[in-house]
Write a protein that binds this ligand. Structure first.
Ligand code: HEM
Ligand code: FES
Length: 366
């Protein structure tokens, strides 16, 4: 939903976010270099380049854990949503920190070998048969390649070029990067065997991510169960009570094939749209009506309530459903109408007519 190509979409909020992120990265590295030797005698014994490399490696792992925690955190508590909106910037920063770690490694561990350092990285350890001496660096290489590919394709240009489903599937590779990073750090620590902090660090990350994903999954299932009853008389889906929808907001129901639908109430009329934003599959129904348009909470993409189309000059469209009121309940036809079909909003009995047509709108860049 943008008319001009910009290599990076920055706005004031994102600049502030990036500045805080950068300060956090610098503070972590400086604190690690100062504090780690004071806290551990085994760390005191290592050279400064190794310490530097560990500082960046541990920060990359920490940031990767945070990237993966943001999704479930935002589902569990909306105060984490600003982190979600900026997740791509965090991902790019994670790739940059991991890359710096790898460069320090190459310039210290492999720079003095008889072969070029990249050749040495892939050939110096071939103990594939043993766990304790396994070339754990290769898992690091695998994780880094994924992180760099995801960072390079994080811009909206790639999102529209690849299409949201392909882009999303590709970016799920972040879980493969995390699994590889866990093996990299775990096997690396097994070789060294002198620093119990690494095992603690790994276990804490794995435990936190597992608990968060389980809690968020349970909550989503409970929401789906509560919002997917089929009305016996009409075969339409009962998405909830009319009075549960606040003015300018939506309730979200689940259709038989699992697609979520958002029913918005605006000027005492009801309109049903797919809950899946065509930008990055954000949950439109968790947003609100802004200047007459259903507005996705993730990056502000907007859709007309009558036909699910973005206002000109934008061309995004989301699926549109028929809706009706039965007593105090709101029912949705589970079969979507053809994309772009206009359906007049359903008037809630006794509601006044709308004062004026909605104004055209602008949105901020993602
Ligand atoms: C080309 C890619 C990579 C290479 C060659 C590489 C290599 C290494 C090596 C040789 C060590 C052992 C250092 C030591 O303690 O003596 C190490 C440790 C580590 N690496 Fe990597 N790595 C790579 C990518 C990554 C990535 C992508 C991450 C995380 C996202 C990561 C996280 C870590 C961590 C957390 C440690 C342990 C630091 C500690 O002991 O506190 N590495 N890496
Ligand atoms: S997902 Fe980005 S605006 Fe909806």
């Amino acid at each position: 939903m943008s008319t001009a190509y910009k290599p990076v979409g920055w706005n004031r909020n994102k600049l502030i976010y990036d500045a805080i992120l950068l300060c956090g990265v610098v503070a972590y590295i400086l604190l690690y270099l100062k504090l780690a030797p004071l806290l551990s005698s085994s760390v005191r014994a290592v050279d400064t380049p190794i310490l530097r490399m560990r500082a960046f490696g541990s920060l990359a792992f920490l940031l990767l854990t945070l990237v993966l925690a943001i999704g479930p955190l935002a589902r569990l508590d909306s105060r984490f949503l600003p982190l979600l909106y900026n997740r791509r910037h965090l991902g790019v920063m994670t790739a940059a920190v991991a890359f710096t770690h790898a460069m320090f490694v190459l310039d210290w561990y492999f720079a003095f070998s008889a072969t070029p350092k990249f050749t040495a990285l892939f050939t110096s350890n071939t103990s594939f048969g043993s766990i304790a001496g396994f070339p754990f660096e290769l898992f690091g290489v695998f994780a880094l390649v994924i992180l760099l590919v995801l960072a390079a394709t994080s811009h909206d240009f790639w999102l529209s070029f690849l299409s949201p489903p392909v882009w999303k599937a590709m970016h799920m590779g972040i879980y493969a990067a995390y699994a590889a990073a866990v093996l990299h750090v775990g096997l690396g620590a097994a070789i060294d065997g002198t620093n119990p902090m690494t095992a603690l660090f790994l276990s804490a990350s794995l435990a936190a991510l597992s608990v968060l994903h389980l809690l968020a999954g349970r909550r989503e299932m409970a929401i789906d169960d509560a919002a997917s009853r089929i009305d016996a008389k009409t075969d339409w889906v009962d998405v909830g009570a009319l009075d549960a929808i606040q003015e300018g907001r939506a309730i979200v129901g689940v259709l038989p094939r699992g697609e979520r639908v958002a029913v918005f109430r605006f000027k005492n009329r009801l309109s049903a749209l797919s809950n899946l934003c065509s930008h990055q599959n954000g949950p439109i129904g968790e947003g609100k009506v802004v200047m007459g348009f259903a507005t996705c909470p993730w990056h502000g993409y907007q859709y007309r309530l009558e036909d699910g189309c973005a206002p000109p000059p934008f061309r995004e469209r989301v699926r549109k459903y028929r809706v009706k009121i039965s007593g105090a309940r709101v029912l949705v036809d589970p079969v979507a109408v053809p994309l772009g079909t206009r359906i007049e909003p359903v008037v809630i009995d006794g509601a006044p007519p709308p004062a004026s047509p909605p104004l055209p709108s602008r949105r901020t860049s993602p």
